[in-house]
Design a protein around this ligand. Sequence first.
Ligand code: ATP
Ligand code: MG
Length: 716
Amino acid sequence: ENARIPAYAAVLNEPQRQAVLTTEGPVLMLAGAGTGKTAALTARLAHLIATRRAWPSEILCVTFTNKAAREMRERVGRHIGDAVEGMPWLGTFHSIGARMLRRHAELAGLQPNYTIIDTDDQLRLLKQLIQENDLDEKRWPARQLAGLIDRWKNRGLNPDDLDAVENEAYANGRGAQFYRLYQDRLKALNACDFGDLLLHVVNVLRNHRDVLEHYQQRFKYILVDEYQDTNQVQYLWLRLLAQARKNICVVGDDDQSIYSWRGAEVANILRFEKDFPGAAVIKLEQNYRSTPQILAAASGLIDANSERLGKTLWTELPQGEKVRVIGIWDGPEEARRVGEEIERLEAEGAPLDQVAILVRAQYQTREFEDRFIQIGLNYRIVGGFRFYERAEIRDALAYLRVIEQPADDLAFERIYNQPKRGLGAKTLEAMRRHARRIEAPLAAASLDLADTDELPARARNTLVGLLGQFVHWREQAEKTTPAELLRMVIAESGYEEMLQTDRSAESAGRLENLTELARAMEDYDTLTDFLEHVSLIMDNDARDDGEKVTIMTMHAAKGLEFDHVFLPGWEEGVFPSQRALDEGGLASLEEERRLAYVAITRARRRCTILHAANRRIYGQWTSSIPSRFIDELPEDTVARETTLTGGASLWRANWTETEDPFAHVSTSRPDRSTARGPGWQRALTTGYDPVPKRLAEPGRSAASFAAKPRSDIAIG
Ligand code: ATP
Ligand code: MG
């Protein structure tokens, strides 16, 4: 079988090929960024199918984002052609979980057309429960409960599984009670939240041997990318499914574990060998992505972490440019500078889709958006949140959800009086009361209520009219496409008219957004499919189209690569984040450092780090201190630049020892001529930082990243 090497394995090095050819038994591939883990996993998938070890439908392959799944599907398709089409079990944990749950919804107490609610709905539901149970919401915020429930679900815990400590974590020992109330209410609504997608499935697999055995037999091979970021419930799910055949291959990098805040446990990768004794452990050390300079900078940085396995990385790529560290005045200048740099790259012929701006926090994107719109630079925000989070989009989706699922109370509540129909809070109160009384969903109960004389005649008529419309739309849903249905709903509900009569610039944009929503729906045959799709991208990544600069969070950039990467906002309190600093623990700081490692290693050719001397955070101008991570980059891999030298003498002239120590916090935008404060001082001096002393230690220099002899590249 080894004699003729198929195309998908030809470009692989020896350890990668091992990972492909060791098809039977557990395999752990543990290696640093850009060493071709995902490439090897993809080749393995192609190999399994090409050699007929399994049909595409018999392989479970979990990727971190929908985009990664799409790319893998494409790549495998290139090697094995149409056979790739039937790969229903390639996707994210969430998407695969949702698919399994649809099949076994009844076993989880749901109907197959269940709704996946988002965090917004989740909070409203919890608030309601808190109110109904006379708990003081100020003392026990819904948000806190939501966080706890998330944590429990990520750990695979049902209400009955909570121990005393967990139970104590909410409302003086009522944690389990509220968790149970919430789960019961979700079931009554025929809905589940994101955490349930896997928890329900794990419960079904645990409680129904026949279902478990069915999947254990079906999935001849299991492949998992980014294993270092799996949480407990994902781990349990995989372990259940892999137990019988044990053909499971996981790949990951402990240095890139960046989701512990979502319950990911890097320990999962470390105990793989214990769970699956005799696992083949494969290490990759050659990096094919980044220049030696970028690699040395990233490796030097991650060296500062204490909790790591440690690994060697080397590359044969040409030396390339040093990592640039640019100090600028403030946020707007940062956006301006990045804009200019990108225009320069564009002029040099760099494709825009090879340029990325990776931010620590969502709020950082706005400044770049504003600037890029101004200069006409094409960009996209990856994260998917923006569009689907707009109010009009959420309203439209709520209509569709009620059509799809009459019991979706949360959706119904959102739109029963949107556009305004003269149904106020009192009516809602009456509707809710009646729903509880007759134990029916809100919409059905409202119809029932309209038969009584509890409501004024006007409200009764309005309700009957609205519910009649829903019946009509539900009929139409059978006959027409989802996109057509949406247009119909927008027009007939009065929503369109509401926006048209309101002549503000904003409502014009809103109408455009709704048009865009209909356009997005053209790709879907059924409403169920579309709504599921929306739920999934709300949580995950967006689809891409055309050549655009990418703006995204560092978290979302995991696994991706770009020729040119810009990393703005490397200041204490932004990155590392204020939250990590406030928590103060070593663990949270080390996670931030791993995030920095992930961010830098996304760059193939050029990496530019920026830090501003002044930053407006929550409406206040603050002078900022360059991130400690900048100081941790090995000095010989970095080229420092600052645009601040002009202000230096001014600042020195203005500064006196006796000045107000809090003068650097201000609500008005600082002016160079009155610059003051520690951040400014640091920003000025970073250009001349002495070589950090840690570089004097042996084994830290970039020299260890020089090329190694080429011995393990297969030519094919
Ligand atoms: P990350 O840790 O960031 O997820 P990774 O280990 O998954 O990285 P890949 O994304 O698979 O790495 O590969 C990085 C780059 O190296 C890709 O552009 C890939 O095409 C290329 N590559 C992988 N293996 C080889 C190889 N044997 N020869 C040449 N190029 C390779
Ligand atoms: Mg990868």
